[in-house]
Every structure is written in structure tokens, then in C-alpha cells.
Design a protein around this ligand. Sequence first.
Ligand code: SF4
Length: 358
Amino acid sequence: METCELNAPEQLLEVNDLRTHFFLHEGTVRAVDGVSFSVCCGRTLGVIGESGCGKSVTAQSILRLVPEPPGKIVGGSICLYMPAKEGEAGKVLDIAKMTAGGEEIRSVRWKEISMVFQEPMTSLSPVHTVGDQIVEAMMLHLPGMEKEQAREQAIGLLDSVGIPKADKFIDAYSYQLSGGMRQRAMVAMALSCNPRLLIADEPTTALDVTIAAQMLALLQELKADRNMAMLYISHDLAVISEVSDDVMVMYLGVAVEVAEADEVFRHPMHPYTQALWRSIPSLEGELARLEPIAGTVPGPYVVHPGCRFFARCESAMAGKCNVAEPALVEVAPGHKVRCFLYSDRAEEPRADVETAQG
Ligand code: SF4
């Protein structure tokens, strides 16, 4: 494993070469296969890619929620910066080295990093009231928190996420609520311990367009009010362009392009990013037929000797792109791309994968 160090003081989380694999009877699924990125204080990193590209497994790895077995973090580091407090110096923790379900990771969840899941109906307990779930989280993770005080704060939180009559709503069960209200309750719960980083994994997917727009506006408002960082996962380009300061495009378990949001949207460089952009409608210019991305995503057990996008890439160079995997390199200040069109650099061989399986 790599040493856990942060490269810049404003960084809150730095993920280096993260690899999370699933060892199944049918073969090994390399769901996350060498992902590196950082999230800075107060900024939103939008993660975009097709279903199965490893977005959610990356998020679950950060909170050590990947079921072990069959999943396992086989390489890389997840460095979380802990600021100085109560006479204690600031330090950097490596979440990848913590025991899943252990004391250390439990002290990180909720208070440092919290998560809003895609489907609130399966994330909220159907046999406990919304209030009881928020109060329990606060009493477990905030030392000295009394039940009455937690309930009062929970009502304030529900109110702040736009739930009317929060003092009544707090005693409702999740099945009594609409999808939008459930998702607001999930956001209130995720914010209950005042996390520094909120991971939002497709939080608007199950909502209709109007409610989804309200939810996006709410998350941005809360983020600004609390000076919180956010990792926002979506397959929807419009949503990512709306919420993100920085963007990471993922394909088959790796990051293929990382840059500030404006830069990625104005100057997409990787052929996959360009193809994604061409596949969405534009309000500008003449009406044109949308271009789907050719081919399909390869099966999960396929091992790629070269570039993972080779079979679908219009610019593929046979004899080069299918022989070695390109490295993610900086091609302009702050703009990284994984493609031989911009660099000749190939990835290092992956000794750690062999070790982990053996
Ligand atoms: Fe296409 Fe080759 Fe670039 Fe891969 S490395 S995206 S195959 S041009």
C-alpha cells in the first residue's frame, strides 16, 4: 500500500490508485481498478460514467461499506485529513488500512464523511420513525448528546431541508412519506453529525424532474451554508454540470479524465468524454441527430491488456491502444487524461493484484 500523504493543504480527501475487486466463483470483477482523485474543502467533485463503471463502489470503498467477502480493497490508499482539535495535532488517516466495521471507521462515518444513498426506501428503516433514526445516529456519534437535545436538533434539521411541520413529521415512518420527502429525510439524517464531506450517490435518480431539481438546489444550499465538501455521483451530465466544481469521468473502473468542471465541459479531451457529450441534446445550434456511443460495455470479468475503451473508440490505434493501458497524465494545468492521443506513457504493471488474489 502507498504512504498516506496529502499533496496540498486544502485537500480533505485524497484517493490514490484505489483498487476494489470482487472475487467470485465466475472470476474476478475489478470494479475499481486504479482510481486516483482528491476532494478539496468546500468543493464538489462530480463523478460521472455509465452504470457499472465503478462510481458507487468507489464511494462505498471510502466508507468501507463494500461487503467483504466477496469484495476487497486490494490496493491503494484513501487519505482523510483530520484537522487539529482540542490540543491534538492534525493528522492524516488511511481509511483503506482500517478494518471494515471496526472502531476507527465508525468514528469516521457520520462525523467526518456521510452518505446519501440512491434509494431512500431501502436505506431508511421501515420499523423506526424518521426521528428515532436521526436521534439514534446523533446519540451514537456525538459525545454527550442527550435524547431531548438530539430530538430538538433533528426537528431543526428536518426544517432546514424544507420539510413542513417538522415537529409532526419527525414521528412519521418512511412508508408514510412521498419519494421526495424520504430523500429529504435521508439528507437530514446524513447531515445530523455535521460531516465535512457528503457523498451523494445518485440522490435524485428515483425522483421526478421537479423534485430532483429541488433536491439539487437544496444540496447546493446546504453545502454552501456548512462549507462542506461533496462527492456527487451521477450518470446524468446535466446534473453533474449543475453541481460540480471538479469532474472525474470514469470508465470500467478507472478515471479517464479529471479536471475542473468548466474545463471538462468546454474542452473534453478523452474520446469517451467527447462521445458522452455528443450523446446528449443541446439547446444551441441546429437540431442534429444524437450520436449514441458505439458498442456496449464489455463484461465484468474481461481483463483488458490495453485501453479499456479500445473496442468502442473511434480514434483507436491498433497495435498500440490494445497492447498497453495508457496512464492518467496531466496534459494541461489541472487537466488529466488517460489516452495515447495525448501521451505515450503506459501504466506500470500491477503486481498488487496478483498478490491480493494469491
Ligand atoms: Fe481511444 Fe486509444 Fe485513447 Fe483508448 S488510448 S481512448 S483506444 S485513442
